[in-house]
Design a protein around this ligand. Structure first.
Ligand code: IMP
Ligand code: MG
Length: 172
């Protein structure tokens, strides 16, 4: 059967972090109409909570990149599987990601979006594993820094499992 994850970040702590991030974003984007781009699939729960905490008019779009597949380590190759429907040029764009691990995914997407000439481009991530970075990453809005563990829950999966969990935990 499936392993029970070890608790790492409680639902309560996640709520507090999302509220803090929303406060920062609301302050920085006052009188603006940002476009939030969620990276599928892992960010969908986080993004859903974030827009409700933001309590302001935002646009939402999604991009899907090639994922881990069934393994727990990145292949090092990233490609777009499902593209954006929105115009990026001149928009205030915030990329919303669940986890920054090696940093390859976010660095790819930030470079990709930058070429489309947004008015501004920021990154919001719920979880960062700095010890795993392979490329430099600058996270503008960050929820948690965690050690090198494989985490699940709150939208984050292992082989499509565990996304439904309200807390974030780690598995071996
Ligand atoms: P990166 O390109 O190595 O930074 O990997 C980022 C992506 O890998 C994230 O969007 C996640 O979908 C996935 N990922 C990285 N670490 C974990 C983890 O601990 N649990 C589940 N997915 C992860
Ligand atoms: Mg992801």
């Amino acid at each position: 059967m499936f392993q029970q994850p070890q608790l790492l970040i409680t639902q309560e702590k996640i709520c507090q972090a999302v509220a803090k991030l929303a406060t920062e974003i609301r302050r920085d984007y006052k009188d603006k109409h940002p476009l939030l781009i969620g990276i599928l699939k892992g960010s969908f729960v986080f993004l859903a909570d974030l827009i409700r905490e933001l309590d302001m008019h935002v646009e939402v779009d999604f991009i899907k990149l090639s994922s881990y597949g069934t393994s727990t380590t990145t292949s090092g190759k990233v490609k777009i599987v499902h593209g954006l429907k929105s115009m990026i040029k001149g928009r205030d764009v915030i990329v919303v990601e669940d986890i920054v691990d090696t940093g390859l995914t976010v660095s790819f997407i930030m470079n990709y979006l930058r070429k489309k000439k947004p008015a501004s481009l920021k990154l919001c991530a719920l979880v960062d594993k700095p010890s795993r970075h392979n490329v430099p990453v600058n996270i503008d809005y960050l929820g948690f820094t965690i050690p090198d563990k494989f985490v699940v829950g709150y939208g984050i999966d292992w082989n499509e499992r565990y996304r439904y969990l309200r807390d974030i935990g780690f598995i071996d």
